[in-house]
Every structure is written in structure tokens, then in C-alpha cells.
Design a protein around this ligand. Structure first.
Ligand code: FEO
Length: 401
């Protein structure tokens, strides 16, 4: 069995319930898109009931030997059920190897997840058992309840609740991309930042279905929430309260300004606007897209009320890096209420119109843009002051604090 540097042995969360997944310290990009400054983990959990044994989720395929080795270390001769809460390969990608090693194991998942797992991995139909919402499976002295939770964050997702121990296994939900040796959350500040970035990148686009799913589980009692990324929550009220805030609360009196500047003009306009907004009591988060970590930008958009995009004109349109950020913001669907564009042009172009068309998913009121020819003149600075005053007043009128 291949031993990876830094592999952690199985660790007991509670009697006969073990964390058997893998910590990926060195991964720096997910989906060839999302930066992972703190690495991540692919958590899987083995539950040994008095009669049956269940494995909750698997791991990303490059880490499959870590999982199989951990199962061997626990002297796992037989697995009855492998629970697939989610079909994305970072959790399901070891399905072929696990089902081959444990030939009696049945894959348990939602009907939609079964179709996706067959599509992705060509697993035989007779290896599956699909479960309906609230259906249960007995492990003898323990009961698994399956809670369908579509769109956290794919359409097939479900949560698994271990009733007697009051443990929720929610896969991606309540997770964080954080490599750590801490089995449980021990640094709440670090976990908050990682969970916030994770929410922004993975969960925020599905805020409305997440509201429904948070309501659906609000009467369950949880002693532990054991997600499939990041440390385990042994004080689960922290992450539930935080998720409810991100999902339901109004945005804050905050403006996010992602921008690019080629010759310093747009940067000068951004600096002026930042000062004008600060003077009016608004909090600003400013990101030079040429150097920023897009995960930091995404996290800043979680509770911003306004997004002001700064761009010079390049070949008659916005700077391509700004267009990329606008497409990303459009996909992440933050709860901003207002947006605008500032920047400059040399001889003409359609940068403002093109940016507006790229953020059509955002339910925002577009505030008058400030676009100037060449370096800003007195009238342009006045327009930036007017934009700052408008933003501050809009935030005040909407009771944002
Ligand atoms: Fe961690 Fe949606 O997979």
C-alpha cells in the first residue's frame, strides 16, 4: 500500500465512529479554478454498528490509497453500506476501488446521485440502493437517516444523520477547505475564515435552496457535524448560526471594489472613491485583480451591499481580467443590492455596457457609472463624489449596517 507523506491514521470521533479520509496539504487549486491557500481534506467516516458497518463518502482518487490503508488499519473485513452523499469525484471518486475491495458493499444514495455515479464511473446497477427523503437504514444499534438536500451544492445531494449519536454527515455542506491535524475545530477564527471563503465559492450561488435546507434541518439536534472537507464541528451551533447569517441576513454597509489599472488612472479613481465612501462611513474592500486571490474577493462579496467594478478600456471593451471577475461574480450570485462601474477610456468603447451585460444574474440596481476620457478632471471627481453619496444614501435607506 502506498504511503503518502503526512497521512494521518484513523481517528475516533466517538466510540466506533472513525475519521478515515485524507488530508491534502499541498493542493492549491480546486476545479482548476478555486485557490486553496490552506490545502483541503477529503473526509470519510467509518461507522461500526452492532450488526452492520457503513462508510460515509470516499476520497479524491489520488488519495484513495490513504482511505483503503486506513480501512485496513481498522481491520475492516466487511463494509455493508457505502453512503454517497454527493456525486462530485472528490468524495465519490474512489467508488470503483472501494466496491471492488468490499464486494458485499452496497452503494447508498439518492436516485439522482445513482444516475450521476453510473455516468461518471460506470458502476454496475446492482451495486446500488437508492433512498428516499427521510428513509432509514439500521446498523443494529445505530440508525442512519437520509435527508435529501438538493443543491448543497449539486441537485443530487443528501445529508446523513446518525440518530442515536446525533451526528450529521453533510458532505460539502458546512465544510471548509482547510488542511489541519486538528480532528475537531480548535481555532475558531481560522475555521471561520476558511468556511466563509468556502461558502462564497461553493455554496453562495445556491443561497435560496440553502435557506430551504437550513429550515428543513432546524429541528434536528446535532452534537457533532462532520463535513467531508475541513475539521469536524464539535460545537455545531457555531457553523449553523454562521450559515444562517450568510444565507438569510441582509448585506452590510460594505462596498467591494475589484479593479484593474494599466497606467494608474483607474487606480487614482478607485483611491478617490474609497476616500469619499470612507468619509461617509462606508466600509470598503478593495482588490487589484492583477494580483489578488479570487477566493479573497469571493469571500468579501458574501456580505457586501455594493460592488463597484473599476476597469480601463482595452480594445473597445473592459480589461479581460475584469471581464473574468465580472463573470465570476455573476456566477457566485452574491446578495449585493447595488453595482456600478468606474474607469477610463482613450478614444471610445463599450466597457460599461459590456460589464453590465456580464453581471445580468445579479439582482442589483445599477448606479450611474463614472467613465472619463483620459485622466479624471474636476467634473469626474465630482461624479465620483456623487456616486459615493448615492451609495451611502442607498445603504442608509435600506437600513444596512
Ligand atoms: Fe467537495 Fe462538491 O465536492
Amino acid at each position: 500500500m502506498v504511503k503518502h507523506a503526512g497521512d494521518l491514521k484513523p481517528r475516533e470521533i466517538k466510540k466506533d465512529i472513525f475519521s478515515v479520509g485524507a488530508v491534502d496539504w499541498d493542493r492549491r487549486l480546486f476545479d482548476s479554478l478555486i485557490p486553496l491557500p490552506d490545502g483541503t481534506s477529503y473526509n470519510a467516516y467509518l461507522i461500526k454498528g452492532s450488526q452492520k458497518t457503513a462508510l460515509i463518502d470516499t476520497v479524491d482518487p489520488p488519495m484513495k490509497d490513504v482511505l483503503l490503508n486506513n480501512l485496513e488499519q481498522l481491520d475492516t473485513k466487511k463494509i455493508d453500506y457505502v453512503i454517497f452523499n454527493h456525486a462530485e469525484p472528490d468524495h465519490s471518486g474512489s467508488i470503483v476501488e472501494v466496491l471492488a475491495k468490499y464486494p458485499e458493499a452496497i452503494a447508498v444514495c439518492t436516485p439522482k446521485c445513482k444516475g450521476m455515479l453510473i455516468d461518471h464511473f460506470r458502476v454496475a446497477d446492482n451495486r446500488f440502493k437508492t433512498v428516499e427523503d427521510k428513509e432509514t437504514i439500521s446498523l443494529g444499534d445505530r440508525t442512519l437517516e437520509f435527508i435529501h438536500a438538493p443543491w448543497v451544492h449539486w441537485p443530487e445531494t443528501m445529508l446523513t444523520y446518525l440518530r442515536e449519536d446525533r451526528i450529521l454527515f453533510p458532505c460539502d455542506f458546512f465544510g471548509s477547505h482547510l488542511a489541519t491535524t486538528d480532528l475537531f475545530v480548535r481555532d475558531a477564527g481560522q475555521e471561520y475564515e476558511a468556511a466563509r471563503r468556502y461558502w462564497a465559492e461553493i455554496m453562495m450561488p445556491f443561497r435560496l435552496p440553502i435557506q430551504k435546507n437550513l429550515e428543513k434541518i432546524k429541528d434536528y439536534k446535532f452534537d457533532i457535524i462532520a463535513p467531508s472537507h475541513g475539521p469536524v464541528h464539535d460545537k455545531p451551533e457555531f457553523i449553523i448560526k454562521t450559515y444562517r447569517s450568510w444565507a438569510f441576513d441582509e448585506p452590510g454597509n460594505i462596498v467591494v471594489i475589484p479593479y484593474i489599472s494599466m497606467h494608474g488612472i483607474t487606480r487614482r479613481m478607485v483611491a478617490y472613491l474609497v476616500e469619499a465612501l470612507t468619509r461617509r462611513g462606508v466600509t470598503i474592500k478593495q482588490f487589484d485583480l492583477a494580483v489578488t486571490d479570487i477566493g479573497k474577493l469571493a469571500a468579501a462579496m458574501v456580505d457586501a451591499a455594493t460592488i463597484v467594478i473599476g476597469t480601463p478600456t482595452v480594445l473597445a471593451g473592459p480589461h479581460p481580467t475584469v471581464a473574468y471577475a465580472a463573470i465570476l461574480a455573476n456566477a457566485l450570485k452574491p446578495k449585493a443590492k447595488f453595482a456600478s462601474v468606474i474607469g477610463s477610456y482613450g478614444w471610445g468603447g463599450k466597457a460599461v455596457e459590456q460589464i453590465a451585460s456580464l453581471i445580468s444574474n445579479l439582482k442589483v440596481e445599477i448606479l450611474p457609472p463614472v467613465y472619463c476620457q483620459g485622466a479624471p478632471q474636476a467634473a469626474d471627481y465630482q461624479a465620483l463624489d456623487n456616486l459615493a453619496a448615492t451609495i451611502a444614501q442607498k445603504h442608509k435607506d435600506a437600513n444596512l449596517s
